[in-house]
Design a protein around this ligand. Structure first.
Ligand code: ZN
Length: 307
């Protein structure tokens, strides 16, 4: 069945790129609503921005959605991952600024808030997007692919010159609360060399090394109290991928392969998928499939500990 959260949850913090403070109020929503943002700081025109793949604007460092009136919300991916990872299909996200707060750089604060309020089943069944044949997008820098699988599984590979990151590969089946246990606390990261370039371009203005982002510089790591996992970067890339895939509008049954992929590539992959009618179908979710979805059981039957 579709779900929403039991009651409102509030989060306050600073936007990673804008440096602007913002408060989010996550509210329950009815079946069929999906995840929709609403800008409460704007009073004129259409202030609702549905969290959908076809409203994603090209933005290399974060996921930004824009409605037809030009109203946007940036850096939605960690909140979207938390909702998908906790199996929340419907929510209204009120936000009083242009960018979702970065909090600690991971999805864990959102997951804690969602699990604290709880997840409620609604009286309408959920459909799933079943991948029928592989689709791939490729650039000079990497590639991403969706291929058939009976649950959402993921393989991600990254390769950085900084020895403190290096090559990292992880494979994960996202069933049974795996997102909450394995991925949700892994933080945003970047390379020291990129920080100054980003800030010169008016990005990462709210970034604080070790507090809301892990910064790598060769063998050096600024990570606050240390890395949360030895392979925290690749786990964060998988977290981002789940958030970006959740913009498909329904849970995906498929295997996602990301090879040095990022937000723009995962969005291009969804566009390629929906441009290829024979590669997917929407179908009702049976009980066996429901048990394999990322949020199955999380926050309803058992509270999964957040690291
Ligand atoms: Zn991220």
């Amino acid at each position: 069945m579709q779900t929403t959260i039991r009651s409102a949850a509030t989060f306050t913090g600073t936007g990673l790129h804008s440096g602007r403070p913002a408060t989010i109020v996550l509210r329950p929503a009815p079946a069929g609503h999906g995840v929709v943002f609403r800008r409460t700081d704007i009073s004129l025109g259409d202030t609702r921005v549905p969290a959908r793949w076809d409203l994603v604007d090209q933005s290399p460092l974060c996921t930004r959605i824009v409605n037809r009136a030009g109203v946007s919300v940036s850096t939605i991916e960690h909140l979207m991952a938390a909702l998908a990872g906790c199996g929340v299909h419907n929510a209204l996200v009120e936000i009083d600024g242009p960018e979702v707060p970065i909090l600690d750089g991971s999805s864990a604060p959102f997951v804690r808030g969602i699990l604290a309020t709880g997840v409620r089943r609604l009286a309408q069944p959920i459909d799933v997007i079943e991948i029928l044949s592989p689709v791939t997008v490729e650039t000079a820098g990497g590639w991403a692919r969706l291929s058939p699988s009976d649950g959402l599984t993921m393989t991600f590979h990254i390769d950085f010159a900084d020895v403190a990151i290096g090559r990292q590969t992880r494979r994960l089946d996202l069933a049974n609360g795996a997102f909450v246990r394995e991925l949700c606390d892994s933080r945003t990261f970047c390379r020291r060399a990129e920080v100054e370039a980003m800030q010169a371009n008016g990005l990462a203005l709210g970034g604080i090394a070790g507090e809301n982002a892990v910064v790598f510089d060769g063998a050096q790591v600024e990570s606050g109290a240390g890395l949360r996992h030895a392979d925290e970067p690749v786990r964060h890339k998988m977290l981002d991928a789940l958030g970006d895939l959740s913009l498909a509008g329904a849970p995906i049954l498929g295997h996602y392969d990301g090879h040095k992929a990022g937000h723009a590539m995962t969005n291009a992959l969804l566009r390629r998928l929906f441009d290829t009618p024979r590669a997917w179908r929407m179908r009702p979710c049976d009980a066996a499939t429901a048990a394999r979805l990322p949020g199955a059981g999380v926050g309803i039957d058992a509270v999964t500990a957040v690291a």
